[in-house]
Design a binder for this molecule. Structure first.
Ligand code: SIN
Ligand code: FE2
Length: 221
């Protein structure tokens, strides 16, 4: 007689922890992973943004990015006419970026470990703010000094369609819907895959309002 649970637990459900979706050999979406952290995370995020507010940055090619940016941690990602780079100083204030709050670091380290990357030590957290219509073109994260650490990406607020491509810009990209509290982790052989975000649709998120905020943690230095 078959085990009574056979129909309830198909093979793939037994192999994958609940809410963990594999999107690449070493890439996962951890559904709702950040939800239990949000109440502690938001006040810290607000403090960071009071010190280093969102601002619109310009690409080396002269285009204003539609997402507004800020950072916390030892290094912050910036772009201007001279190029893309990490800097220890907020170019707006010429002072160090706000420290990475413990709650943010712990969330990123635990999510990385649950996606198979033990010992993640992020020194940079880029904060992207998307209002409806804002997007992020396909790109690789490659301004970091080394690529052995993963990228950990936390989505807050309005939903997004995340594009997860291959190693060439022209490779067909998977479309992955991301919701408030979802965390994406990609690393190892997937670390340099192209990715981006389709234009955010109009909406009003009950907690975050009319915006999406994304936090991406990296080891940059
Ligand atoms: C990024 O690639 O820096 C941001 C990705 C996202 O907003 O989901
Ligand atoms: Fe990126």
């Amino acid at each position: 007689m078959p085990a009574p649970t056979a129909d309830l637990f198909p093979d793939d459900a037994l192999q994958q922890p609940a809410g963990r979706e594999q999107i690449g050999d070493e890439s996962h979406v951890l559904r709702g992973y950040a939800l239990p952290w949000i109440e502690r995370l938001l006040p810290s995020l607000r403090q960071v943004l009071a010190q280093s507010p969102f601002r619109q940055m310009v690409t080396p090619g002269g285009f204003t990015m539609s997402a507004a940016l800020s950072s916390c941690g030892e290094l912050g990602w910036t772009t201007d006419a001279h190029g893309y780079r990490y800097s220890p100083l907020d170019p707006r204030s010429q002072r160090p970026w706000p420290a990475m709050p413990d709650v943010l670091r712990q969330l990123a380290v635990q999510a990385a470990a649950d996606a198979g990357f033990i010992g993640f030590a992020p020194d940079a957290c880029l904060i992207n703010r998307y209002v409806p219509g804002a997007k992020m073109s396909l790109h690789q994260d490659k301004n970091e000094r080394r690529y052995d650490a993963p990228v950990v990406s936390v989505s807050l607020g309005l939903p997004a369609i995340f594009l997860f491509g291959g190693h060439a810009r022209s490779d067909r990209a998977q479309k992955v819907s991301l919701f408030h509290g979802d965390v994406v982790v990609w690393g190892g052989i997937d670390r340099l895959r192209f990715h981006g975000v389709m234009p955010i649709q109009e909406g009003l998120h009950p907690v975050m309002g009319p915006q999406r905020i994304n936090l991406t943690f990296r080891t940059a230095g």
